[in-house]
Ligand binder design. Structure first.
Ligand code: FAD
Ligand code: SF4
Ligand code: SF4
Length: 483
């Protein structure tokens, strides 16, 4: 059979089609259409099957990318799905929202000159096809092992661990303070990047496998960590980071200045059909307003694009560095520009104007100076370069820090780093409390879904190993508590 691979020389890169920007502005649906099977096969066949695949090395999950690309190119989709799902609990989610330009695709060797293989889109196609054809099965165990584990946090880190541990035969109980499963995948990331149903069908599979979700249950308030440790043989903390970084300056407390996650959560709830007080009152609704978003990360990009869809009059993004130095994904900046967002690069807020509520932001132009000790160029204000941006809704998107977990959990023995993230032994994922493990953003700081999945999988493996050791030393191990 002729070699189906190495087609990058003949076949140009083709990304999934994007919906027209005008149509995108009018709804919250995903913006990329699916590959059809012939596009997926063709695009997968562009891979040159590298002996040392840099794409795989730069995927946090070390996905076996060349193998599933080859299987897709050969039309062996069920096998491609088996290979792809062996290393990733949620490939269809990563295929949609990983910043591939910084990870797998950005390191594809054919990137230089021929443009990379569209790895993320093929990954998404494989698993969406697997769902459509009924190949995706709940992560149910072959046999129960009679032991129970508790997981705090139903974000990607907690859910990946839940799937792995359930497969091993544990009774898995996941606790979350929210009313829905998914963490930031449901209340942070907007549905135009990740349709909510994609997250919800994963919840259903976990439930079908026997994972029990205890929603509206905040650990530290409704149940103590101590009680959880009594209930379960081991506990995983995957609580994420939620304390918004603040901005000071004159007028910073004016009504109309809101936090990014409050804005995005309200919008996501609305999309999910909830009645949201802050939205009904208009406080968190951008319709008809001049919106200014402060920040240059992916959260800022999600805010500007959400504001556009809510019918804002104008949407501007203020970022103190330039386009090349922004932390957000270039793909998202391009999408935002197409949708009508105006970027004010090298601009920093100095004061917020208005009496009863904010009416504008006084900003100053910045220039990039010499690199500091971290290697990043410093930013300096340009004297006399002040200007005013109209803004009746100002959204602060400056990043997140962890909450004070030792205080919230009344567990001073939970050690934290100087950034407030939980300290764990990086080989075992265990905190200072025996049998209490931690994973995801709460350990790493604000990061990515794919890293939370990786950590959740690794932590689950370490929990299993630790429980085995305890069983050997102190048989019998505490049995599963009745729920
Ligand atoms: P989370 O997803 O934050 O989940 C933690 C869960 O713990 C939450 O459900 C929370 O309710 C629960 N919890 C917290 N405290 C308690 C408690 N005391 N008791 C019970 N439950 C508790 N990443 C990407 O890869 N691609 C993107 O496009 C992307 N976009 C993003 C957009 C936004 C707006 C934000 C904010 C983040 C984005 N990220 C993106 C980052 C990504 O969402 C996170 O890195 C990832 O969700 C972290 O997973 P996690 O499981 O550690 O925590
Ligand atoms: Fe690329 Fe993310 Fe998929 Fe890894 S998980 S192959 S980084 S899209
Ligand atoms: Fe294929 Fe690119 Fe990965 Fe090489 S780096 S194996 S060409 S996807």
């Amino acid at each position: 059979m002729a070699n189906r691979m190495l087609q990058f020389v003949n076949l140009p890169q083709q990304t999934p089609q994007k919906r027209d920007a005008t149509a995108r502005r009018a709804d919250f649906s995903e913006i990329y259409t699916d590959f059809d099977s012939s596009q997926a096969r063709q695009q997968a066949s562009r891979c040159s099957q590298c002996g040392v695949p840099f794409c795989q090395a730069h995927c946090p999950l070390h996905n076996n990318i060349p193998d599933w690309l080859k299987l897709t190119a050969e039309g062996r989709l069920e096998e491609a799905y088996e290979v792809s799902s062996a290393t990733n609990n949620f490939p269809e989610i990563c295929g949609r929202i990983c910043p591939q330009d910084r990870l797998c695709e950005g390191n594809c060797v054919i990137e230089k000159g021929f443009e990379s293989v569209t790895i993320g889109a093929v990954e998404r196609f494989i698993t969406d096809t697997a769902f459509a054809r009924g190949w995706v099965r709940p992560p149910a165990p072959l046999a129960e092992n009679g032991l129970s584990v508790g997981i705090v946090g139903a974000g990607p880190g907690g859910l990946a661990a839940a799937g792995q541990l359930r497969r091993q035969g544990y009774a898995v109980h996941v606790y979350d303070r929210y009313d829905r499963v998914g963490g930031l995948m449901i209340y942070g990331i907007p549905s135009f990047k990740l349709d909510k149903q994609i997250v919800q069908r994963r919840q259903l599979l976990l439930e079908q496998a026997g994972v029990v979700f205890h929603l509206n249950t905040e650990i530290g308030r409704d149940v103590t960590l101590d009680a959880l440790r009594d209930r379960h043989v081991a506990v995983l903390l995957a609580t994420g980071v939620y304390r918004a970084r603040e901005i000071g300056g004159p007028g910073a407390g004016l009504p109309g200045i809101v936090k990014a996650l409050d804005f995005l959560t309200a919008s996501n709830r609305k999309v999910l059909g909830d009645t949201v007080a802050g939205f009904e009152s208009g406080e968190l609704d951008a319709a008809g307003r001049d919106v200014v978003v402060i920040g240059g990360g992916d959260t800022a990009m999600d805010c500007v694009r959400t504001a556009v869809r809510q019918g804002a009059r104008a949407v501007r993004c203020l970022y103190r560095r330039d386009r090349a130095n922004m932390p957000g994904s270039m793909r998202e900046v391009k999408n935002a520009e197409e949708e009508g967002v105006e970027f004010l690069w090298l601009s920093a807020p100095e004061a917020f104007l208005g009496d009863a509520a904010v009416t504008g932001v006084r900003a100053v132009r910045m220039h990039l100076g010499l690199p500091d000790s971290s290697g990043r160029q410093s930013v300096e204000p340009v004297e006399g370069s002040h200007f005013t941006v109209p803004g009746t809704l100002v959204i602060k998107a400056l990043g997140f820090d962890p909450e004070d977990l030792p205080a919230a959990f009344a567990e001073p023995a939970l050690a934290v780093t100087r950034w407030g993230t939980l300290k764990v032994d990086h080989r075992t994922f265990m905190t200072g409390l025996p049998g209490v493990f931690a994973a995801g953003d709460i350990v790493r700081g604000a990061s990515l879904v794919v890293w939370a999945i990786r950590d959740g999988r690794d932590a689950a493996a370490q929990m299993h190993a630790w429980i085995g050791q305890v069983a050997e030393q102190t048989a019998p191990v505490p049995q599963m508590a009745a729920e």
